[in-house]
Design a protein around this ligand. Structure first.
Ligand SMILES: [Zn+2]
Length: 339
């Protein structure tokens, strides 16, 4: 029965939205939990940094504690929440509700996160069912629900944060890889053997090693020294005309265009939405990436025009949270009688 709940096809939109859900957005550096209603309004939320060095069990206890605090933050919230949606960095198995040794968590192995959170969050008289989804899949579902992909059947989101995730809608459905897994667009190799781009997955030259916020900062540091600052600081310097920092963004634009080209020829999205914390620097790379993408797709604009629109997510840093909420709501729909 549990398998059946998780098996549901997240075709869009969910047939029924009601009640409140608790949602989590779990990333490589922080956790964001919130209670969300059926219109996508966030009624309570909390964001905290996660120190993965304290180990798996301690980190999961922290996630449980954050969720419980959010539920307790306003009177009456807790008893109205029966469903929990988790948008997490992957890889993960959404059907089994398990993390599969996530790339940026530090050697966790396989973790039955849905079961552990459900146990930690259930209270006397209130059982809470937890559904797990890849954060980038959740992000595109959120965009379709309340963001820039509304009324679009074909769209792609790239989450530019600690890692690089891809979430894809094609023909109105969430695209899965085989084995019910998620498309791992961040680990498409852009420059095989590039020693300057070591990815958390163990390979060299993955898209994530160049295009994630963390990848960008690491490469900047290797080139310009440890004093260069974090991604936000490098962006600030580039805006004020610092040549070496502007050069980093020029390279970034080129590689972003190459990555989007590769996704466009595979999935033909009408729009590519950039989400995640590094999207805040889009003023430094989006326009040159668009120009380069037009060149790369020049011969693919006749008949079917493969050139997607590029834009930054309007959901800001709530994209993962809203995606987790969507997943929890659509699970409610899928488990309704008659399915
Ligand atoms: Zn990789």
């Amino acid at each position: 029965m549990e398998g059946e709940l998780f098996m549901m096809d997240r075709s869009l939109p969910p047939s029924r939205f009601s009640g409140l859900v608790l949602s989590y957005d779990i990333g490589g550096t922080k956790v964001h939990a919130g209670v969300v209603d059926s219109k996508g309004r966030v009624l309570a939320e909390e964001r905290v940094l996660v120190d993965f060095s304290v180990g798996r069990d301690q980190v999961i206890r922290q996630w449980v504690a954050v969720g419980r605090r959010v539920l307790a933050s306003k009177p009456g919230l807790s008893r109205r929440v029966r469903r929990v949606g988790v948008a997490s960095a992957g890889p993960l198995d959404p059907i089994a509700g398990k993390l599969l040794d996530p790339t940026n968590f530090g050697g966790w192995g396989v973790v039955p996160l849905a079961r552990l959170l459900s146990r930690g969050l259930s209270e006397r008289g209130i059982a809470r069912k937890v559904v797990l989804e890849n954060d980038a899949a959740a992000a595109i579902l959120a965009e379709h629900w309340v963001g820039g992909a509304r009324r679009l059947d074909d769209a792609l989101v790239m989450t530019l944060g600690t890692g690089l995730g891809t979430g894809i809608l094609a023909n109105g459905r969430l695209v899965r890889a085989g084995r019910h897994l998620h498309t791992e667009g961040g680990h498409v190799i852009l420059k095989a053997g590039d020693d300057s781009a070591r990815c958390g997955c163990g390979n060299l030259g993955c898209a994530e090693a160049y295009l994630s916020g963390r990848g960008f900062s690491r490469r900047a540091e290797a080139r310009l020294g440890a004093g260069v600052g974090d991604a936000a600081e490098i962006a600030r310097k580039a805006r004020s005309g610092d040549a070496p920092c502007r050069e980093l963004f020029a390279e970034y634009s080129e590689l972003l265009a190459v990555a989007i080209h590769n996704f466009a020829v595979l999935y033909a999205p009408r729009k590519v939405i950039l989400a995640g914390s590094f999207a805040a620097a889009a003023d430094l790379f989006l326009e040159p990436a668009r120009v380069r993408l037009e060149q790369l797709l020049m011969r693919r604009r006749h008949g079917v025009d493969f050139l997607p629109k590029l834009e930054v997510s309007r959901l800001g840093n709530r994209s993962g949270l809203l995606g987790g909420a969507y997943v929890a709501f659509s699970q409610t729909a899928s488990s309704s009688p008659g399915r």
